[in-house]
Ligand binder design. Sequence first.
Ligand SMILES: Cc1cc2nc3c(=O)[nH]c(=O)nc-3n(C[C@H](O)[C@H](O)[C@H](O)COP(=O)(O)OP(=O)(O)OC[C@H]3O[C@@H](n4cnc5c(N)ncnc54)[C@H](O)[C@@H]3O)c2cc1C
Length: 372
Amino acid sequence: MTHSPNHTDSPNHTGGAPRSLAVVGGGVIGLTCALAALDAGRPVHVYDAGADGRAAWVAAGMLGSLAEGHPGEDELLRLSVASVRRWRVLIARLGDPAVLAAADSLFVAASSTDAEHLATLAEFVWARQPRATDDLRRVDLAEIRRLEPTLSSRMHSGFLAVGEGAVDNRRLLTRLRDAFVAGGGQIVEERVDDLAGLDVDDVLVAAGLGTRALLPEIELHAAKGEILRLHRTRWSVPGPERVIRARVHGRSVYLVPRHDGIVVGATQYEPYDEQSVAPEVGGVTDLLADASELMPGIRTYELTEAGAGLRPCTADGLPIIRRVDERVVVATGHGRNGILLAPYTADTVMAVLDGATTDHDQVAASTGGVKR
Ligand SMILES: Cc1cc2nc3c(=O)[nH]c(=O)nc-3n(C[C@H](O)[C@H](O)[C@H](O)COP(=O)(O)OP(=O)(O)OC[C@H]3O[C@@H](n4cnc5c(N)ncnc54)[C@H](O)[C@@H]3O)c2cc1C
């Protein structure tokens, strides 16, 4: 098939008909954008090469905007805050409240040094997002114990981030596919090697690290991450209700609730030689040691999966969402935040596809006044 676009009429329509769209990549970014385009009335095909190397399947699913506020990453903080606000709408669209795995996050420091580190991050967020003082507040050990009694009594202090939780990423991917197919979208389980062969008006390349093979001018590198999935048995102590993001002896570890257990993550090796994506003994050992110190009762859980994935990263830490040429748009490079940033990305992609000169600034600002 060869491509024969008709670039007359409007950005949305070709000769009166809605413009067709091929989305290359069926990860969280591709599917979220595909659903948005379908809802906007476009005929949409998603082409996907399969689950191997799909970072969205491996991920923990945290929606951490305040948690992701690191000094020097002002723009990423802004995009993240804008995207968290959009999550409620996306979950309502999917019609399955159980996609949301936790509503809030609790940050915990194991020592006074770890507490200083967390305080530096919080100060940065408050300076850049003054309204966040309502949503991110200090908690002492007594409150940590009251909120999450299964955490160790040897923690130091922490912060509570209200309204910043997590989704069950695997359930999310299933629901996105279900909604897309139910709405008339087509999924083609095929790797795309040549964008020119797609017989559509517009193409969105959202293929994570696979984007590099299709658009060599897009520079990405991989950051490997190891992650564990634990299953609760009838003998296990109850898991946390919130996302627990901890700093333990200078290392980060998180516990993310699932209906049947806990996800423990994650290491980060960046940049990484992409030849081996198997989890390493050292990474798994560190995660288990830190998680056990944080929540001693975690020893009563079954370790059902030790996984590893590659985050598609850019040099500046910001996603690449832009037009490549008159037919092709790209959305990739979401690094450690692709799930969090999916709804924001879909809105930006739609604006770019529709011909607006929209960039991150305009789309992020478009919800600037909305309190989540
Ligand atoms: C250990 C770990 C933990 C993480 N935790 C979080 C978290 O808590 N919160 C968060 O927001 N993010 C998290 N992330 C990051 C997140 O997973 C990624 O940012 C996100 O998955 C990127 O989405 P994507 O759709 O761009 O890429 P992917 O999810 O990798 O999907 C890309 C898809 O494109 C397909 N593809 C590739 N090439 C082609 C081709 N040529 N033709 C057709 N299809 C193709 C692949 O088969 C794949 O299905 C984590 C990542 C890791 C590794």
